[in-house]
Design a protein around this ligand. Structure first.
Ligand code: TRP
Length: 440
């Protein structure tokens, strides 16, 4: 059985080396396995929650797409798309929101952190909290459940969101599944060791710590300059260094073979200068990054090429999402009455027909309904039910032109010289079709 693996990247930044080691490289490797059906996307609706700078969102979307493509993502094998190109995702998000307890969202770490901060600052608990932030996990659940992903590789900070996606899926399955699992329950996958790539100062490499090493941004020069800024201790050249005490070793190890790492460690123990160690790291990284950087720059210079590839992805994603959203909408009762016959009784009701009834004042009337059960017209009232029956019979047998007379914006329905009903002329075709269908 193939495993569907899905993950998303919020489009607010430009990928750095930590993103490459922690997310991009493992995801692309996983996607190359024969039994994996990978879905990777840019969470650009999620970006609007964190960022109200349109320029930044636009640049980030392009840079992230170019980065993943340059790093070897194969659009033939992987479904690679932008969240905002799949309108079914926000549609599903709404439906999921309707089965999600507000209490569940109150417990989300990101929301709670904002509330805690506000309380500490002595302002309203929800100060500055948007509905986007509050319902962030619902949209994320829609991203995942829309494609029935089995596995979702994410960072540790996203684990709670995956638990919420499972809870939401369970509620929906329970309420609307009628014994069938509409949604697969997704499993979280945390990349344990690579998630810890250190930054220039030894803390986790992260934009918010301003300690990142760029991947492609700024070219070869920027890579070299960042490596030169890696913090080391003050041991001089010739002095023996503890390789386990330096994040330089951790950085080297993340991209080197075990043999290379072994040699690097030994050289540090033997007194290699920090400057030389940085040169060694630079050589290692530059050799790996240079060919990818060339592809990145070529793609960034041709936005239309990126766009074409993303449209291929959007079509592949929607080939799954469009029929599935129809099924989900039908499950909650949002059925297309003309195309979906769900039961035998409904199938029978799917013909135009007359319905007669006794009105509150004791007189008799009938209405004409179209195949979807919509009323086309309501007749005048008859004192005698037989008279109403005669009128119905006549309408069913006479040619349309004989019974219908258009008067400006109105269509008058006649029978034996008497007016039966008046409808808007807009309904002319619908009335004609309904009457025709009864004549056969
Ligand atoms: N919230 C994720 C992050 O910040 C990005 C994301 C959005 C995502 N939707 C997703 C990840 C669906 C996995 C699956 O990292």
């Amino acid at each position: 059985m193939t495993t569907r693996v899905l993950t998303g990247v919020t489009t607010t930044g430009i990928p750095h080396l930590g993103n490459y080691a922690g997310a991009i490289r493992p995801a692309i490797r996983a996607s190359q396995q024969a039994d994996v059906d990978a879905f990777f996307f840019m969470a650009d609706y999620h970006a609007l929650i964190k960022c109200d700078d349109p320029e930044r969102v636009a640049i980030s979307r392009r840079a992230i797409a170019a980065t993943w493509l340059a790093c070897g993502l194969d659009v033939e094998k992987v479904t690679f798309y932008r969240q905002s190109d799949i309108p079914e995702i926000p549609e599903l998000s709404w439906m999921l929101g309707c089965v999600t307890g507000k209490g569940l969202m109150n417990r989300a770490h990101a929301y709670k952190a904002s509330v805690d901060k506000n309380e500490a600052a002595g302002v309203e608990p929800d100060d500055g909290v948007t509905m986007g932030l509050f319902s962030y996990p619902v949209l994320m659940a829609a991203d995942i459940l829309m494609f029935n992903a089995h596995k979702v590789p994410v960072g540790r900070d996203q684990v709670q969101h995956l638990e919420m996606a499972r809870d939401i899926a369970k509620s929906f399955n329970h309420l609307y599944g009628r014994g069938k699992e509409l949604f697969v329950l997704p499993e979280v996958q945390v990349e344990e060791d690579v998630a810890l790539l250190p930054g220039l100062d030894g803390r986790k490499m992260s934009k918010s710590y301003d300690n990142t090493i760029p991947l492609f941004e700024g070219g070869a020069k920027a890579l070299k300059a960042a490596i030169a800024r890696i913090v080391t201790d003050s041991k001089g050249p010739g002095e023996s260094k503890d390789p386990d005490d330096s994040h330089l070793t951790a950085l080297y190890k993340a991209f080197a073979t075990p043999e290379q790492t072994q040699a690097f460690r030994q050289q540090l123990i033997d007194g290699m200068a920090w400057g030389e160690a940085k040169d060694a790291l630079h050589q290692l990284l530059e050799a790996m990054i240079a060919p990818m950087r060339d592809r990145y720059e070529a793609l960034m210079a041709r936005p239309q090429d990126i766009e074409d590839l993303l449209q291929v992805g959007a079509r592949k994603a929607r080939a799954y999402a469009t029929p599935f959203i129809h099924e989900l909408k039908a499950a909650v009762g949002l059925r297309d009455p003309l195309s979906v016959a769900v039961s035998k009784t409904e199938a029978k009701a799917r013909k135009a027909r007359f319905v007669n009834f006794r009105d509150e004042d004791g007189t008799f009337r009938f209405r004409l309904q179209d195949a979807a059960g919509q009323e086309l017209f309501l007749s005048r009232s008859y004192a005698d039910p037989k008279q109403a029956g005669v009128a119905i019979k006549a309408l069913q047998t006479a040619a349309f032109a004989e019974v219908a007379k258009q008067d400006g914006q109105e269509l008058q329905i006649h029978c034996a010289g008497e007016e039966v009903a008046r409808v808007s002329a807009d309904l002319r075709d619908a009335v004609a079709a309904a009457l025709d269908s009864m004549r056969d």
